[in-house]
Design a protein around this ligand. Structure first.
Ligand code: C2E
Ligand code: MG
Ligand code: MG
Ligand code: MG
Length: 288
């Protein structure tokens, strides 16, 4: 009897596994076609300067609107794109798209683009960036590439060379999700990044976890020593904002200020911010 049961369980699992494999296979196929079908698009989330509380740029975040499954999250499809080798093409498309959009914004605003470790492996990232800047006319220092610590682990020498090439083009480099990866302080010394983005998990813990707060304070000091801009991601409420402000965090990002928005909403968002600051400024002027 037990043997029967075992057999049945086994069959059940293989069926489930087969179905899963098929679904995955279909999703891979769909992803390969996603660019051509116009299913990929970018949303933009503002980066706020802590001192002025004004928007200084936007992070581009990739979205996939699947015809049947609806919105597939990047945490799910980016790893898939990496596995099937589609990330190079998708990544180049993202950079080009983001640069083109940013070129239409006021020129003091920058755009941040997430770059996967795989895009570094073949060095194709350098060509993609050059090409996008040339075709869109975006000033290089208005483009910021966000890389994660995983980029730095395997072939450090090659990565450092690519980073230097990108630096020579004039783009900025930010280290994303800082504090969650295989952190080694030596690479901070080895390569001069422009920015550290503190991972959301630290920000969400600062209110009740003294250790998280201590780590955050330490990252701020590190930022000062290395002359880096420090950004906090995932700011959601007043209490977090108050703590980060007091710590002199350079830039802030999170739902508290704005969720990622459609490209077409950026203009209205900026206009709104401009109006608010104009009202605030006129309130400061003493009336005669
Ligand atoms: P990330 O670069 O760390 O981006 C921040 C993520 O946090 C985004 O999730 C954003 O929507 C979300 N977020 C922003 N503010 C808040 C907040 O206040 N609270 C909470 N709970 N979340 C907030 P999203 O858009 O789902 O992206 C997830 C990750 O996917 C990104 O993390 C990035 O690593 C990756 N990704 C997104 N777009 C691209 C891309 O074009 N290329 C590559 N290679 N990776 C991308
Ligand atoms: Mg990012
Ligand atoms: Mg991040
Ligand atoms: Mg993250």
């Amino acid at each position: 009897h037990a043997k029967e049961e075992g057999k049945r369980t086994y069959r059940f699992f293989t069926l489930a596994m087969a179905r899963q494999r098929l679904e995955r296979h279909r999703l891979e196929q769909d992803l390969r076609d996603a660019i051509g079908n116009g299913e990929l698009f970018l949303q933009y989330q503002p980066l706020i300067h802590n001192g002025t509380r004004r928007t200084v740029g936007f992070e581009a975040l990739l979205r996939w609107q699947h015809p049947e499954h609806g919105r597939v999250t990047p945490d799910r499809f980016i790893p898939l794109a990496e596995e099937i080798g589609a990330i190079t093409e998708i990544g180049a498309w993202v950079i080009h798209q983001a640069c083109g959009t940013a070129a239409s914004w006021p020129e003091e605003l920058s755009v941040a683009v997430n770059v996967s470790a795989h895009q570094f492996k073949d060095g194709g990232i350098v060509e993609a960036v050059r090409d996008a800047l040339a075709r869109t006319g975006l000033r290089p220092d208005r483009l910021e590439l966000e890389i994660t610590e995983s980029v730095l682990i395997d072939d450090a020498q090659q990565v450092v060379e690519i980073l230097h090439k990108l630096r020579n083009i004039g783009v900025k480099i930010a280290l994303d999700d800082f504090g969650t990866g295989y952190s080694s302080l030596s690479y901070l010394r080895r390569f001069a990044f422009d920015k550290l983005k503190i991972d959301r998990s630290f920000v969400s813990a600062i209110k009740d976890d003294p250790v998280a707060r201590g780590i955050l304070e330490t990252i701020m000091i590190l930022g000062r020593v290395l002359d880096l801009c420090v950004t906090a991601e995932g700011v959601e409420d007043d209490a977090q904002l108050a703590i980060l402000s007091k710590l002199n965090c350079s830039q802030l990002q999170g739902y508290y200020f704005s969720p990622p928005m459609a490209e077409t909403d950026v203009g209205g968002y900026l206009l709104n911010e401009f109006r608010r600051s104009a009202v605030a400024a006129s309130a400061d002027v003493p009336r005669l």
